[in-house]
Design a protein around this ligand. Sequence first.
Ligand SMILES: Cc1cc2nc3c(=O)[nH]c(=O)nc-3n(C[C@H](O)[C@H](O)[C@H](O)COP(=O)(O)O)c2cc1C
Length: 186
Amino acid sequence: MALPVVIGISGASGVIYGIETLKALCRMGMETHLILSHAGKTNIEIETNYSVQQVRKMATIVYEPEDMTAAVASGSFLTRGMLVAPCTIKTLSAIANSYNSNLLVRAADVTLKEKRPLVLMVRETPLHKGHLDLMSRAADLGAIILPPVPAFYHQPENIEDLIRQSVGKAFDLLKIEHNLFRRWGA
Ligand SMILES: Cc1cc2nc3c(=O)[nH]c(=O)nc-3n(C[C@H](O)[C@H](O)[C@H](O)COP(=O)(O)O)c2cc1C
């Protein structure tokens, strides 16, 4: 049985990473449960040509960030894991401190306590020591910190190639088979 993947999109620059994730999983026919933060919705309008409604339609199930009755708020609901793409420093901070005041953070906390993979595409630059400490704390709890840092060994030809490489790295960590970029040695 293919378990659903939980996707969080928070309000960092790079909401396109979350959108490309949803598009790829949709193409693969995988079930996705999406939580969009309010700042994430704002950034979809600011940074992309997609409407929030279009992005919502890419997911199988969409929850409001206030909906603590959602399936993904409970560990008894089985999932493959969760990807937060992109992840703000604010959301990282909440996850690192189990400050479960919205569903995105609660779902991440559930993912950690159930020992499922939690991949955080943390996006901020430059980083002060507090940001680094939060990443270290989240990593100690079991989160995988995957900043969307582009690679060039696969010879990207456009921005989409760069985005897909980062999404592909996240899929590797979630053990989702994909063909999003050409691997080294392939
Ligand atoms: C255009 C834009 C870009 C932003 N980029 C970032 C970013 O890269 N990283 C970050 O931590 N916050 C960024 N922010 C600020 C967050 O959106 C803000 O802290 C927000 O409260 C985060 O809420 P959330 O974590 O619930 O989505 C950005 C805001 C805007 C409007």
